[in-house]
Design a protein around this ligand. Sequence first.
Ligand code: ADP
Ligand code: MG
Length: 299
Amino acid sequence: MLEVCQISKTYPGPVRALDSVDLRIDSGIFGLLGPNGAGKSTFMRILATLQLPDSGNVALDGHDLFANLQEARRSIGYLPQEMGAYPRASARELLNYLAALKGITSFRQRKALVEEQLSIVNLRDVADRRLETYSGGMRQRFGIASAFLGNPKLVIVDEPTAGLDPIERRRFQRLLVQAAKNCVMILSSHIVEDVVDICDQIGIMADGKIVARGSPQNLVQSLENCVWTRTVPEDKLGQYETGYRLLSVRPDAGSFSVRLFATEADHSHLSGLGFQRADPDLEDVYAHLVTSSQAIPIS
Ligand SMILES: Nc1ncnc2c1ncn2[C@@H]1O[C@H](COP(=O)(O)OP(=O)(O)O)[C@@H](O)[C@H]1O
Ligand SMILES: [Mg+2]
């Protein structure tokens, strides 16, 4: 179980990247959704103990994460947003090295673990090739193998699907779901599609705060009766850009399908304009919270 209590972080500038973030995750896959600049990577680096917060605490299964960094890092797997330069080392060599850093001192034990991880992510046939020769999808699979080495209790995966094609993305999601069975996993993204199918719980982050949290179903239900839609030709789009709370404009067979957020008071006005009530989806929730920064009740 992960308990985050009142974490704040300000960079020189000053830029308030995290503003008193509280979060408790019991199990399963937690999706952290937020636009670029929301504070996701800062949050993830703090959980990975690679950066310290200015204030606040994090506990993993009741143990203070920052009290014993060495110990904490053995329980944590981290797949960063940017891997930086790709080493000349092979996947097999690097995994062996990472396993040693995790404190697995027996050579035989390490070898068994590395071979197991390589076959889970299906990289055994290319495990002696240098990582710099890998494709984007192969690098992500290597990232999973390294993040899950040594049975971590907490796995942190920051914006993993950038650069993957749709088939690789699905394959990657399947691997994550299988690998996350025995740990808490946090997966961040700015793309709703990346988290909606695989996360049990979702938190939406905007301006360094978690503005909503719940299951995808709960979050979607919170906008019941609030989303209205109609098809609008291109030359009429402008009239909905001011004075309305626009959620999205989606191209639709030569015209555009406009979705608006509306409260009870606006319903008859919108009906008069030819709008119809729509079933909300997670994209609507995300757009609503991130554009208005208006929190909805946390459930
Ligand atoms: N090392 C840094 N120095 C100064 N500002 C930073 C640094 N890292 C991130 N920031 C700023 O902090 C905010 C949050 O960034 P980040 O945590 O990377 O968010 P996200 O991953 O959601 O895009 C942004 O405004 C970003 O520009
Ligand atoms: Mg980021």
